[in-house]
Design a protein around this ligand. Structure first.
Ligand SMILES: [Zn+2]
Length: 63
């Protein structure tokens, strides 16, 4: 599992998920329809580094 420079990994409470949506997904979300993000990155709230992201397989099961 990847870690940020200060040693946190995906499961650390200091780490937040940062989803990125396509324009179409944002459109759906604005109508209250859930959409799958095109990308989810993991960002440490201590050092503000994005150190990991979900693989395409993991994205499919992301909700
Ligand atoms: Zn960090």
């Amino acid at each position: 599992m990847r870690k940020c420079p200060c040693g946190h990994d995906r499961r650390s409470p200091e780490v937040q998920e940062v989803p990125e949506y396509s324009l179409w997904s944002m459109f759906l979300i604005s109508f209250g329809i859930s959409a799958t993000p095109t990308k989810v990155e993991f960002e440490c709230t201590k050092c503000w580094k994005k150190f990991d992201s979900l693989s395409p397989e993991e994205l499919k099961t992301y909700s």
